[in-house]
Design a protein around this ligand. Structure first.
Ligand code: PAF
Length: 281
């Protein structure tokens, strides 16, 4: 497995693979990799001839009051997991390599889509995500790119960007990977102390409550969301940012739960903001 820190090295390596007729998968990450990322790398390695993992903590998707400075990093562990899961190239650039001085161009979806759900409290987040993912697409030129369904709004936004900008790249969504007790895997779980770690289970438990009601035939979004919220509100360390039902493609709020509706939530456990979701089947 090769490590590249420059755009030039990535371009040369991928160009050689393409000359050999090989297909290329990209797994964009911000590092501090866990088994959720591992599943994306594995999916790419199974599906494509070569897999590139980018490990880049992207400053443009963090607001000044967010956790860019404290975001966990462990590149040695990242490299080991990438290798174990079958990556061929890890792209680990410095900020200056990705954003040259005076960089002033952004990719932004100008509809309500990035303003819904997480966009309400993180207004510049998806502009930063679209910009960096677009740059990674231009650098790596992959055939397929792999993203987790835990970040369901991000996945929908990237699909929309790919369509609107005519990228010839297939976007593959991969299922949420959970701890044994149900907590969705996230690099931010590391912020939780012991008490908060227990409290954080209210998210996955609320997902189960919501799914159960839907499986029993409940289609009224308000009823399902109220039940999920009441459960979370019982947890003293939890503060709800949102629990909402939206169209899984457009992110527009819906009243009725039918196929492909996304029920998503963001909840603060102490100071840590966690997300989780389920899609109506
Ligand atoms: O999901 C993430 O880790 C990031 O938002 C991404 C897609 C790697 C862009 O920085």
């Amino acid at each position: 497995m090769k490590i590249a820190t420059t755009i030039k090295e990535v371009r040369e390596t991928v160009a050689q693979w393409k000359r050999e007729g090989l297909t290329v998968g990209l797994v964009p990450t911000m590092g501090y990799l866990h088994q959720g990322h591992g599943s994306l790398i594995k999916a790419s390695a199974n599906d494509c001839d070569r897999t590139v993992v980018s490990v880049f903590l992207n400053p443009t998707q963090f607001a000044p009051n967010e956790d860019l400075e404290s975001y966990p990093r462990d590149f040695e562990n990242d490299k080991a997991l990438c290798k174990e899961m079958g990556a061929d190239l890890v792209f680990h650039p410095e900020v200056e390599e990705m954003y040259s001085e005076g960089s002033a161009t952004f990719v932004e979806i100008l509809s309500d889509m990035p303003k819904q759900l997480c966009g309400k409290t993180r207004p510049i987040h998806f502009r930063g995500v679209c910009t960096v993912v677009s740059k990674l697409f231009n650098i790596v030129n992959p055939d397929k790119a792999f993203f987790g369904e835990k970040d369901a709004q991000q996945l929908a936004i990237i699909r929309k960007m790919v369509k609107d900008m005519s990228y010839g790249i297939e976007i593959v969504g991969c299922p949420i990977i959970r701890e044994a007790d149900g907590l969705a895997k996230s690099s931010r779980n590391t912020y939780l102390n012991e008490e908060e770690r227990k409290a954080a289970l209210c998210l996955s438990q609320a997902v189960e409550i919501g799914k159960d009601l839907v499986n029993k035939g409940e289609t009224n979004a308000d009823k399902v969301i109220s039940a999920m919220k009441s459960h979370i509100e019982k947890e003293p360390l939890a503060r709800i940012d949102y629990v909402q039902a939206v169209n899984g493609v457009t992110m527009t709020p819906v009243d009725t739960l039918c196929k492909n509706v996304l029920v998503a939530m963001a909840v603060y456990i102490g100071k840590t903001r966690l997300i989780d979701n389920f899609s109506v089947k």
